[in-house]
Every structure is written in C-alpha cells, then in structure tokens.
Design a protein around this ligand. Structure first.
Ligand code: NDP
Length: 282
C-alpha cells in the first residue's frame, strides 16, 4: 500500500503554525493584512476568493475585499493597485485570475509591488527564485515542497520529473526541486517519448491539465507521484491528471485528488502573507 500524502492535514498543520505567528506579530503591534481584488463575478473565482477570505479569518489575517465590476478598465485597476502598493498597512496584494479579456494580466502582475506579490507571479519574484534570492514563490509548487518534506520524502539526489512547464506550476516547481538538490527534468507537449522520461522519475510531479492521463505505464515502481491536476467529471466528481486507481498500487507515495495538492495552495498563500512582513522590513 502506498503512503497517501494527506494535503488536508498538512495544510491545517501549516495554518495552525501561521496562526501562532500572526498572534506573535499582533503582540508586537503588526496586523498582517491581505488585499484581494476580484474583477467581475466569475463563479469559480468567487469560490476561490471566498476560500481565501475564510483562510485569512481562520489565521487572524485581516482581509480587504475589492469586488470590482466586469467593465472596470485596466487604468482603474492599475490605479487601485498603485494605492494598495502605497498603503503601509497592506502587506499582500492578490489579484484573482483570470481577468476579463480587455485587461492585460501581465501588466497587472507587473504593477504589484514585488514586496507585496504574495502570489509570486511578478517577474522579479520569479527571477529571485531563479538565482536563490529572497522573494515570494508561487503557492502551488511551494506547497508541493512542503507536502514532500512534511511527509518525510527526501528530495536531494532524487530523479525528479515535472510534466508541464507553465509559469505558475511547472517552471517554479522545477526550480524549487533543483533548490532542494533534486536532479530535475522538465517535460512538455513536445517531449519525445514521455513515458521513457517519466519512468526514470523517483519523484513525478504531474501538471498537464488532462484528466487521468497518467497511467501505470508512465510510472516507475516505488515512485512518489504528486498530482497537481484538478478536474470535475460528468458526475461532478473531482479527479486529477493521474489515474489514481491505476497508479496508486505501484507507488511508494501519492497525493489524492481532492485532498492532496489543492488545500496546500491556500495554506502557502497565507504563508506568503505572513512572510511578507519580514520581506517588507528587509
Ligand atoms: P497549463 O495548461 O498552463 O500547462 C499544462 C502543461 O502541460 C504545458 O506545459 C503543456 O505543454 C503540458 N502538456 C500538455 N499536454 C501534454 C502532453 N500530452 N504531454 C506532455 N506535456 C503536456 O496548466 P497549469 O500548469 O496551469 O495547470 C496544470 C493542472 O494543474 C491543471 O489541471 C490545473 O487545473 C491544475 N492546477 C491546480 C492547482 C491546485 O491548486 N491544485 C493550481 C494550479 C493548477 P506545452 O507547454 O508544450 O503546451
């Protein structure tokens, strides 16, 4: 039987640790504060924003919600970000993506002060990660490192294969595994003979965005498999990029969907909010 990596329990552990840190900061006169901006009322985005507010309340982080109408212009949004950048009492700024089509997401991300970029998407944050300097790290890959470490899984010296090279998951994931001294291979849609590459993996991180694509033919016996994917099937049941029932018996450890990587993303966002206080005092 594989070790089932319990993201729900680990994310709660992290949130409880953060609760203590937030209390300590409060006692020293600092109230951690996150500004969350949502443009339009996409139902999925509203759920994510709601979950972020709930996590803030649990930990004791103040959350400021900016719910802007769909027709908000890019200039208006940039102006609000400018105001929040200047507010000393705001530690973190999060703009919920995706934004309406008439707004340039890259320009919005670049407008956030890198010291308040708790999502870790600003080019300066990505550059800092690349060269090992202090900065925010994209929450999902940072959460995966925590899942591995807190489950007692050694990364150093292991063959780590990442499927997917997106800016928010695949690329930062590869950089983080490298920082932890893994031997890292990144694969993508143009990779020749994907199975041959993934079968070399001691740790396989799957972020393809294709339901249940990874079956046992892609996995080496005894591998650790981390499934980032999240999909809802025709019966409204959640599944990942990995065919869990097929792959699990072969693995030494695996993350389930739901209850694996998913809960870690918000926990690491909260972690970044708390870290922002120290970063702003550097
Ligand atoms: P993207 O669609 O941005 O990236 C998918 C990547 O997979 C691309 O790099 C693409 O390659 C690669 N790919 C696609 N098809 C293949 C294939 N047949 N063989 C090899 N590589 C392939 O997705 P994201 O990184 O944003 O997300 C991945 C998954 O993770 C999604 O299911 C998403 O919903 C989920 N997710 C979950 C989060 C969580 O909190 N649990 C957070 C973020 C994402 P190429 O670059 O060549 O096109």
């Amino acid at each position: 039987m594989p070790q089932i990596i319990d993201g729900k329990a680990i994310s709660t552990e992290i949130k409880d640790e953060l609760k203590v840190k937030v209390e300590e900061l409060k006692a020293q006169g600092t109230q951690v504060c996150l500004a969350v901006i949502q443009v339009g009322n996409d139902p999925a985005s509203s759920v994510y924003v709601g979950n972020k507010k709930k996590a803030c309340a649990y930990i004791g982080i103040e959350s400021l919600a900016y719910e802007l109408p769909e027709e908000t212009t890019q200039e208006e949004l940039l102006e609000l970000i400018g105001e929040l950048n200047a507010k000393k009492e705001v530690n973190g700024i999060l703009v919920q993506l995706p934004l309406p089509k008439h707004i340039d997401e890259d320009a919005v991300i670049r407008a956030i002060d890198p010291k308040k970029d708790v999502d870790g998407f600003h080019p300066q944050s990505v550059g800092a990660l690349c060269i090992g300097q202090p900065g925010f790290v994209s929450c999902t890959p940072a959460g995966i490192i925590q899942l591995l470490k807190r489950s007692g899984i050694e990364i150093a010296g292991k063959n780590c294969v990442v499927i997917g090279r997106s800016n928010i998951v695949g690329k930062p994931m590869a950089l983080l595994l490298l920082r932890e001294n893994g031997t890292v291979t990144v694969t993508h849609s143009k990779t020749r003979d994907l199975k041959e590459v993934t079968k070399q993996a001691d740790i396989l991180v799957v972020a393809i965005g294709k339901p249940k694509m990874i079956t046992r033919e892609y996995v080496k016996e005894g591998a650790v498999v981390i499934d980032v994917g999240i999909h809802r099937n025709e019966n409204s049941k959640l599944c990942g990029d990995v065919d869990y029932d097929d792959v699990a018996p072969l693995c030494s450890a695996i993350t389930p969907v739901p209850g694996g990587v998913g809960p870690m993303t918000i926990a690491m966002l909260m972690h970044n909010c708390v870290e922002s206080v120290a970063l702003q005092n550097l």
